[in-house]
Design a protein around this ligand. Structure first.
Ligand code: SF4
Length: 856
């Protein structure tokens, strides 16, 4: 935001997203822009790194567009006449315009890329869509709001906003980019509403009439005003200074007039009101926490109070400490391309020296992971009573993620998890004690045991950034030895601090007479069925990779394809492992931990019991729940602990009325649940089986064989456009893309024909017409994609194309939500019957449908 020469304010989409995140930040920005005195504004130390990475990503996308023959114009957005230049290029019909400045009234913004797509506008038979090249791999709300603001600005320039906006993230699974398309119509009303409110707020703030106070929100983590707000909260003894007190409970306290830490501390034994959200005990715990913090400050000494031991919580989570316990701590950076990097691994055996393994890139990360897991596995075999001790959930989560990412050490990690080898000290401290610190961090808890760090944390920041930025930019050797040594010392401090905290906690456990956690009773061996399937996979992997050279650049195309297939064989099992670990982790969670998990639900209150009607035998119970952040997916079921088991139930969550309807059935009709969690997993037995059968055929007949699995073979080898007369996947001179795709698809002889193009290039349009041509030629067409939504989009386009062409086509989809004109199929038998009877020509289904026996 800045002031113009005319005295008005120029607003950007970033200003709008700041407004939606925090009004106080917006007010400070207005004050600053109009020249009022403001507090010191900080600067994100990672801003330059992020800008460099962002530029690289954008360059890669522009290169990708250019490689498809598109003309790309890149502008200097702040250059003289740049806004007019964009208009000229749009009128001219240039394929893509990068760094395109757009202006509309008070608004100004620079769109990453405008991409030309077909469709009438005031420019002619084309118009433009806004693309945002984002490094984050998820469509964050800020990016969405920014893009939609550009769409509104485009509306003024071309008479339409474009049907879609696109977020272009780095690709996964071998794809160069991951494109999220958002329909402008779906979000336009929200954007208009937010913009109007923001403009009104800015007018008030300019006039000095906007009153705001800082309230901690998620945006604080990246906000330049953080230092100022933090000082104000300190001055006001704000509730955000109370450790482990979440935003929703804080708001509830404020609603009841409890606005300071001292006021909350006074309510340690009597809260004075009945909270409408959450359990009373949780508020009393927060008051107790406030009390020990206030007293610690008052007497200048750390106040620590032990809590009443409870089964399986706090100190009871500790097993007997062994001198052979392993202590581990990782340093990671989220900015490394492709999902972050664990770049330094530090661990010790008991009090011993800290061992370090650096990982400068992804192969290095894989080596470090394997080295660590192998070392721990061998160590625990020698010392079965030992555990792997860490602080906080980060390390085990990273191990599970890396197992999936690198496809290695699954059995070893699974065995460690089954024998419950990991011990997290954070919940032990949180559930066992009230400690007078503002945060239960490893560093804050050093006041308990007095560990003195080697590395000075005040000077560490720039050195750590030096190492991380060099690593992220792919030049790790450019970080100085001084910086690397400082990071290594810092990591060693964390490891040794964990040892010291463990010792302190164990001494308290013994003194309090709390029984230690018993060994898991699992020897870490997988089940027989699992072993059988695993052996089958391993035999195929061995056969596929037997003569493949270790070094990637020494492999032939055939060997690379065999390696790829070998790595894919166990994909579903690896994925489902992560899902089951999540389930088991939730089964072991305390109420407090469930409260903090987006999959957990607590404080359920029974509203009504719905008895079975007629022949139905299902008792349903409707519960109310308090406001909480919930992440419930369509295939999630509600799980509640019954004895030691988690029982699953079909359930409907209504976030609007905050009610949960649980179909408890006859067996559990009498039960009333107070808490639980949501979890779902769709097995993929048929998909795995189909792939194993394909791999077995490759082993038997070779990858280059003809016939069975021809398309899969060609796809792996990158051999495209197989026809009876040889391979042909190219356009002829003067041939338009649709004519070429139709000609080649009709000529295909069992192979594959990839059609690629940027979003909006017309792939769906082309595919729909190619499908009609195939149907006209007497073929039946199967449509598949990763999601039902994507399949539905193409089927809708087929219906539309058939309508335009005046032909009748039978279209079905193995799914429940289908576009108009498409017949939904819940049962495979009905689908098979209609197929056999010739009533269906085009059928949609995911891999689950097409790998079923009978549908392969
Ligand atoms: S630090 Fe937090 S409360 Fe303060 S202005 Fe920034 S986002 Fe708002």
């Amino acid at each position: 935001m800045r002031s113009t020469d005319e005295g008005s304010l120029r607003l950007t989409p970033t200003d709008l997203t700041t407004f939606t995140a925090c009004r106080h930040a917006s007010r400070l920005e207005v004050d600053r822009a109009v020249g009022r005195p403001t507090p010191e504004r900080g600067r994100d130390p990672d801003v330059d790194l992020l800008a460099t990475l962002g530029r690289r990503h954008e360059d890669a996308y522009l290169g990708h567009l250019g490689a498809q023959g598109l003309r790309v114009e890149r502008l200097d957005p702040m250059g003289h006449g740049a806004v007019e230049r964009v208009r000229d290029l749009m009128r001219e019909g240039v394929d893509a315009i990068a760094q395109a400045p757009l202006a509309d009234g008070a608004w100004f913004g620079v769109a990453d890329v405008l991409v030309k797509v077909s469709g009438e506008s005031t420019l002619g038979a084309w118009h433009y869509e806004a693309h945002d090249t984002k490094l984050a791999t998820t469509a964050r709300s800020a990016a969405v709001l920014q893009l939609l603001t550009y769409a509104r600005m485009l509306d003024r320039l071309q008479g339409r906003p474009g049907e879609f906006v696109r977020i272009v993230s780095p690709g996964r699974g071998g794809e160069p980019f991951d494109v999220t398309s958002l329909r402008v119509d779906d979000f336009d009303a929200v954007t208009a509403y937010a913009s109007e409110r923001f403009e009104a707020f800015v007018l008030d703030a300019q006039a000095g009439d906007a009153r705001t106070v800082p309230e901690p929100v998620e945006h604080c983590a990246v906000c330049p005003w953080w230092g100022h707000c933090r000082a104000r909260w300190r001055e006001a003894d704000h509730l955000s200074l109370v450790a482990n007190l979440g935003g929703v409970r804080r708001a509830e306290l404020e609603r009841h007039g409890v606005t300071t830490r001292a006021a909350l501390a006074d309510r340690r034994t009597e809260l004075g009101f009945r909270p409408s959200y959450g359990r009373l005990e949780a508020y009393l715990a927060a008051a107790h926490q406030a009390d020990v913090q206030v007293r610690s400050e008052r007497i200048g000494e750390l106040v620590v109070e032990a809590l009443e031991p409870r089964d399986g919580e706090g100190l009871a989570r500790l097993s007997v400490r062994s001198p052979h316990d392993v202590y581990v701590d990782l340093e990671g950076t989220p900015f490394y391309p492709g999902g972050g990097l664990e770049y330094l691994w530090g661990w010790s055996i008991g009090d011993g020296e800290v061992r370090h393994v650096w990982a400068d890139d992804l192969p290095g990360e894989r080596r470090a992971f394997e080295t660590f897991v192998d070392a721990v596995t061998a160590h625990l075999e020698a010392y079965p009573e030992a555990h792997v001790v860490h602080f906080g959930p980060y390390e085990p989560s990273a191990f599970k993620r890396l197992m999936g990412r690198h496809g290695t050490r699954e059995e070893a990690l699974d065995a460690l998890l089954r024998r419950e080898a990991f011990v997290d000290l954070l919940p032990v401290a949180r559930q066992g004690f009230r400690i007078g610190v503002e945060a239960y961090s490893l560093k804050d808890l050093e006041r308990l045991h007095g560990y003195l760090r080697d590395e000075d944390l005040r000077t560490l920041g720039p050195l750590k950034r030096e190492v991380e930025h060099a690593t992220v930019l792919g030049v790790p050797h450019e970080a100085s030895e001084t910086a690397r040594a400082a990071v290594a010392r810092y990591n060693a401090d964390d490891v040794i601090s964990t040892v010291a905290l463990h010792r302190w906690l164990e001494e308290r456990r013994v003194a309090a007479g709390v029984a230690p956690r018993l060994p898991a009773g699992d020897d870490g061996e997988p089940s027989e069925a699992l072993t059988e399937q695993r052996e089958r996979v391993l035999a195929l992997v061995d056969a596929l990779t037997a003569d493949v050279p270790e070094a990637e650049d020494e492999r032939s195309a055939l060997e690379r394809a065999r390696m790829l297939l070998a790595n894919l064989l166990d994909f579903e099992r690896r994925e489902s492992k992560v899902a089951f670990w999540t389930k088991f982790a939730h089964m072991a969670m305390s109420t407090e931990e469930l409260e903090h998990s987006p999959k957990g639900i607590t404080g359920l209150r029974t509203l009504e019991v719905i008895q079975p009607q007629g022949r139905a035998r299902t008792v349903s119970v409707r519960y109310a729940f308090a406001p909480q952040d919930l992440d419930v997916r369509s295939n999630d079921q509600f799980h509640a602990l019954v004895g030691d088991d988690a029982v699953s139930f079909d359930a409907e969550v209504d976030l609007g009325t905050r009610t949960l309807l649980v179909k408890q059935g006859k067996g559990h009709g009498e039960a009333r649940f107070g808490e639980g969690f949501f979890w779902g997993h769709v097995g993929a037995k048929d998909i795995t089986e189909a792939r194993l059968e394909f791999a077995a055929d490759v082993v038997r007949r070779g990858l280059g064989a003809d016939g069975l699995y021809q398309a899969a073979r060609d796809l792996l080898l990158g051999s495209v456009g197989r026809t009876p007369h040889g391979f042909d996947a190219g356009r002829r001179e003067g041939e338009d893309p649709l004519a070429a795709a139709t000609r080649l698809a009709l000529a295909l002889d069992g192979g594959v024909l990839p059609v690629q193009g940027p979003p909006g290039a017309g792939k769906t349009y082309t595919a729909a017409r190619v499908i009609l041509a195939l149907v006209a030629a007497g073929q039946r067409v199967a449509v598949t994609a990763l999601s039902h939504k994507a399949i539905g989009n193409l089927l809708a386009a087929v219906i539309e194309a058939a309508r335009e062409a005046g032909v009748d086509v039978g279209v079905g989809h193995r799914g429940s939500e289908v576009p108009d004109g498409v017949k939904p199929y819940g049962s495979y038998d009905a689908l098979a019957a209609d197929l056999a009877a010739g009533r269906l020509h085009v059928i949609g289904g995911t891999a689950w449908a097409w790998t079923r026996p009978g549908f392969r």
